[in-house]
Design a protein around this ligand. Structure first.
Ligand code: ADP
Ligand code: MG
Length: 715
């Protein structure tokens, strides 16, 4: 058991602010606790002798016997004092129901800061404030002021919304869904989702962890904890509140394309958490994860007595991560012998409408025995020849025999009730809608994949961190927040290949730079394949006021030596025409890359307030926002994670040699993503960064352009 074990299995719970007053929270909690709690309830209230028949204590520090959990329901003005009393009394677990903290303006926020200090001082495990309370069915504890108590079960549930707890309990009680522990997280001043995931991950009585979260405070830490826990216990989360923080202010492509929604999606995926959209799904998935074994693969067999619904189910399989199993010869022979002429022995198996239980049984048995079948859906519509109860008994026996995960869709009303109860008793889920059976089995299969994951540590490359620091400090000294190609050295310091280039501030220097670059690229070309170099350079305006250089004619590709000086003047004139007071740092003269066999990609970073640095990879160049073919991961990423980013994008075949093209240097892209991952993890001052394009050719990659925004305060 984890560090919070005593919170969920207390012997004695004190209610500070217990009261008999009708309609008060102090009364509701005391009553709820009295109802089923195996241990003792200690009311604390200096103005009462007894509360609801129990002797009252004046002050928490005066309680004679040790208290494991103190529930605080006093007004906000004295709540902190009471919590301090808990600390004095040596109580480890405190649940603060009281509201009026960070959810209530600046005064409340100050109060919450004070609460945190007190909790830290006494090392309290504190839930809330502004919480509905906690429950643990293991000891019958209902320390909430909600109207419903949870039934016992193997699901532990946390929620950032107290109202959602009461709604879920109401819903679950109607359906006989039980819980081990329930926590209303409140404002998460001290304990947050991570602590409970950690606790429940080591709780033998919790088989599935469910959560409703509006935000995650420490994304990186969350990923670390969740990854470990999901190796044993599945985590399902409903994440609400699709915030769009930051997106509008972004100055980079990555900033606009990798917002907080993308961060959550990537973060939860990387953490091995299954993200869920609805309450129905939350419990569908929890039910199957706690009731059925994991499949060996994503193949699924469908056995039904109805053609139409069978097709519906097949379509749903097509939309999911599952696939239809293809039966072995042996299975097909067995099915051929067992089923009448009009039946379909291929998957989806149709035993046809006049099937009785025996015929159904032979078909289900054959499917479950097949080594090519990972999971099965039994789908039955009411007919005169079929008894649902008998069918249910048969499915229970067959599932027990074969240990293959099964989901059942009984497409009927009242006539299915007893069969449903029979099946659910042994953990076989039933649904009216077969699409729900498919989605549930899909999640079961997803969780199998999560369990099989092997997480690798991110690589640390040998880089010139000091040089990168100096470049950033220089920007700070010149009071610059936005940097362009003048910061190419940052990439170079982290070992990301860049083309030969130089920033100059006069036409004459531009010519000298072009001569040197052409000389050196010539020599290099002769060294390699003897091919003649183009004899041309690329020139770009360098100005912090110009975000997209080519938009204002600030990039000239294919400039011959003879035109370098004129082009310099042209670029400066165009920049002045665009913005007369634009700060112009000069012009970059750059080696020309052969783009014929190249693909322009983008590698970028945007910092999310919760998850930290997000890395983006996709198809780049000037069409990046038109195509929007990108993918996102939370940094730092390991080699396999960086590689998977390439798999993710739709244009991956373009990089891998579609239509007779030569495949580009994929390893070069993967390494660039990892090196950028290291750079942005090392320097929190980098707020957003685009390498666009990262030109990828068969021979390597090259960062042709860079743009970043920094936070000077962080340097
Ligand atoms: P911006 O994004 O500010 O418009 P870039 O430096 O990215 O400026 O250049 C725009 C486009 O010009 C690139 O996407 C690429 O197609 C082309 N380009 C830029 N630099 C080079 C180069 N050194 N060699 C070949 N093409 C280049
Ligand atoms: Mg660019």
């Amino acid at each position: 058991m984890g560090e919070l074990a005593s919170m969920f299995a207390p012997d004695r719970v004190a209610v500070i602010g217990a009261s008999e007053q009708q309609g008060s929270v102090g009364r509701a909690i005391t009553e709820n606790l009295q109802a089923d709690f195996d241990g003792d309830v200690v009311p604390v209230n200096p103005n009462a002798d007894r509360v609801l028949g129990i002797d009252c204590v004046d002050d928490i520090t005066a309680v004679a016997e040790p208290v494991d959990v103190a529930v605080v329901v006093v007004p906000a003005s004295i709540a902190i004092e009471m919590v301090e009393g808990c600390g004095e009394a040596g109580i480890e677990n405190v649940v603060v129901i009281t509201a009026g903290f960070s959810e209530a303006g600046s005064e409340g926020a100050a109060r919450e800061r004070r609460l945190k200090e007190v909790a830290a001082e006494y090392d309290l495990d504190l839930v809330g404030p502004n919480s509905l309370g906690v429950m643990s069915t293991g000891v019958g504890m209902n320390a909430t002021f909600g109207p419903e108590n949870a039934q016992p079960g193997n699901i532990s549930f946390m929620s950032q919304s107290g109202a959602f707890v009461t709604a879920v309990l109401d819903w679950a009680n109607d359906r006989d869904v039980g819980f081990k522990d329930v926590v209303s997280l409140g404002n998460k001043a001290v304990l947050d989702e991570r602590d409970f995931i950690d606790e429940w991950g080591s709780d033998p009585d919790t088989d599935v962890i469910l959560g409703y979260l509006e935000g995650i405070d420490d994304g990186e830490g969350f990923i670390r904890t969740a990854r470990e826990v999901t190796q044993e216990t599945p985590i399902l989360l409903v994440k609400s509140g699709r915030t769009e923080a930051g997106a509008s202010a972004a100055a980079s492509h990555t900033g606009t394309m990798a917002g907080s929604e993308e961060a959550y999606e990537a973060g939860l995926e990387q953490a091995g958490v299954v993200r869920v959209e609805t309450v129905q799904e939350l419990f569908d998935f929890a039910g199957i994860l706690s009731g059925q074994p994991l499949p060996e693969d994503e193949s699924v067999a469908i056995v039904s007595n109805a053609g139409g619904p069978g097709v519906m189910t097949t379509d749903a399989v097509g939309d999911s991560g599952l696939e239809l199993a293809s039966f072995t010869e042996e299975t097909l022979t067995t099915l051929g012998d067992a089923l009448p002429g009009g039946a379909n022995i291929y998957n989806p198996v149709d035993v046809i409408g006049d099937a009785d239980v025996e015929r159904f049984e032979r078909a289900i048995d054959a499917a479950l025995a097949d080594p090519n079948v990972g999971a099965a859906i039994v789908l039955a519509c009411p007919t005169a020849t079929l008894g649902f109860d008998e069918l249910a008994e048969t499915v229970v026996d067959l599932q027990d025999e074969h240990r293959t995960p099964v989901a059942v869709s009984l497409m009927g009303g009242d006539s299915t009730r007893d069969a449903q109860a029979l099946l659910s008793e042994v953990g076989i889920p039933t649904y009216f809608d077969p699409a729900r059976a498919v989605r549930s089995l899909d999640v079961l299969s997803q969780y199998r994949e999560i369990r099989e994951r092997e997480y690798e540590e991110p690589k640390r490359f040998d880089v010139d961190r000091e040089r990168a620091r100096e470049i950033l400090l220089e920007a700070k000294h010149s009071d610059t927040n936005r940097l362009g190609v003048e910061a190419m050295g940052l990439l170079e310091a982290y070992g990301i290949p860049i083309p030969d280039g130089e920033i100059v501030d006069s036409p004459g220097d531009a010519r000298a730079a072009a001569e040197r670059i052409l000389d050196e690229t010539d020599a290099a070309d002769e060294d390699s394949d003897g091919e003649a170099a183009s004899g041309e350079v690329v020139m770009k305006i360098v100005s912090p006021d110009i975000l997209h250089k080519s938009d204002i004619g600030g990039v000239e590709v294919g400039v011959p030596l003879s035109e370098v000086e004129d082009t310099y003047e042209d670029l400066v004139t165009r920049a002045r025409n665009y913005q007369s007071d634009a700060k112009i740092l000069g012009v970059q003269v750059q080696e020309t890359l052969d783009l014929d066999a190249a693909t322009e990609t983008i590698v970028g970073m945007n910092r999310d307030p919760q998850f930290g640095p997000l890395l983006l990879f996709g198809l780049g160049g000037i069409f990046v926002e038109v195509l929007e073919d990108t993918t996102v991961r939370v940094a730092p990423v390991s080699d396999p994670e960086a590689r998977a980013m390439i798999d993710d994008i739709d244009s991956a075949p373009l990089l891998r040699g579609a239509r007779g093209r030569e495949p580009v240097d994929e390893d070069g892209i993967v390494e660039t993503i990892q090196r950028l991952s290291q750079l942005v993890t090392d320097f929190p001052a980098i707020l957003e960064l685009d390498i666009n394009p990262l030109v990828a050719t068969p021979d390597g990659v090259s960062a042709v352009d860079v743009r970043l925004t920094i936070d000077q305060e962080e340097l």
